[in-house]
Write a protein that binds this ligand. Structure first.
Ligand SMILES: NC(=O)c1ccc[n+]([C@@H]2O[C@H](COP(=O)([O-])OP(=O)(O)OC[C@H]3O[C@@H](n4cnc5c(N)ncnc54)[C@H](O)[C@@H]3O)[C@@H](O)[C@H]2O)c1
Length: 255
């Protein structure tokens, strides 16, 4: 950007969870690059701090420990953000993910079902529940949830994660309707297999994941591909877009 250029998110404040991870950290970097100030929140304080450092100094990227499955922690993270930056315009719920313990329903451990529901679905619910009042105070805003290609197509051996991400997609649509009068837009990104560190390891241990990678029509997705979609959804360029689930998946879900 030149000195006179205005960033696509100039003046906006974003609260990003899972921000130490592959996709979340890339979103934070791109958001700051486009003029936003960002709360870089992750359950692991040290990786949140490391990610924030890659974005800029504390005047634009504030690292914080936040556990999205605990209301107290979410409230503390939101309060910290408002204290530092004065308001919140964007909630980006990137905390989540599947594990190798996931399986078809007859084989999956109950603990894995509740882990996925608690992190991916309840975590999104909690951040929205407590973050929406801040977006209202700011006069509106954008919520960017993270669904998955598993919510758009059948993918064997992932029934716990699939259930959780299906819930995120459905909740995204209903929330979009409910909060439109508050000028709050709610959309979700449904990534295809995206080569974050976690997924690179998963691909090594799960042959079906490797098979999905081979189906990518345009090559495997990288975290930057999700960040570009998040930029669009966070910016006013998408001002008439709400309730949508955007597949960014190199064409995998059109098979
Ligand atoms: N990478 C993919 O292939 C892919 C595909 C579909 C959907 N997604 C979704 O995209 C999002 C980001 O995925 P990623 O690949 O960057 O994962 P990642 O594992 O690299 O990052 C996830 C981050 O969330 C953090 N986290 C875990 N539990 C948390 C909690 N309770 N509170 C706050 N933070 C917590 C982790 O510490 C980690 O830094 C997730 O919601 C994931 O389900 C990813």
């Amino acid at each position: 950007m030149g000195d006179d250029a205005v960033g696509r998110l100039e003046g906006k404040v974003a609260f990003v969870t899972g921000a130490g991870g592959g996709i979340g950290s890339e979103i934070c970097r791109q958001f700051v690059k486009e003029g936003a100030r960002v709360f870089v929140g992750d359950i692991k304080a040290e990786i949140a701090a490391a990610a924030a450092e890659t974005c800029g100094d504390a005047s634009v990227a504030l690292a914080g420990q936040v556990d999205v499955t605990t209301a107290e922690s979410v409230l503390a993270g939101l309060a910290h953000t408002v204290q530092a930056f004065g308001k919140i315009d964007i909630l980006c719920n990137a905390a989540g993910g599947s594990t190798p313990q996931d399986a078809r329903v007859t084989d999956a451990p109950d603990e894995e079902f509740w882990r996925a529901i608690k992190l991916d679905l309840y975590g999104t619910f909690l951040v929205c529940k407590h973050g929406i009042p801040e977006l209202r105070k700011a006069g509106g805003g954008s919520i960017i949830n993270f669904s998955s290609m598993v919510a758009l197509m059948s993918m064997p051996e992932r029934d716990c994660y699939t259930a959780a991400k299906g819930g995120v997609s459905s909740m995204t649509r209903s929330m979009a309707h409910e909060y439109a009068p508050d000028r709050i837009r709610v959309n979700a990104i449904a990534p295809g297999l995206t080569l974050s560190e976690r997924v690179r390891h998963l691909v090594e241990s799960r042959p079906e994941a490797k098979a999905t990678l081979d189906q990518c029509l345009l090559g495997p997705c990288e975290p930057i591909d999700m960040a570009y979609m998040a930029l669009y959804l966070g910016s006013d360029e998408s001002r008439r877009v709400t309730g949508q689930i955007y597949a960014v998946d190199s064409g995998v879900t059109i098979y």
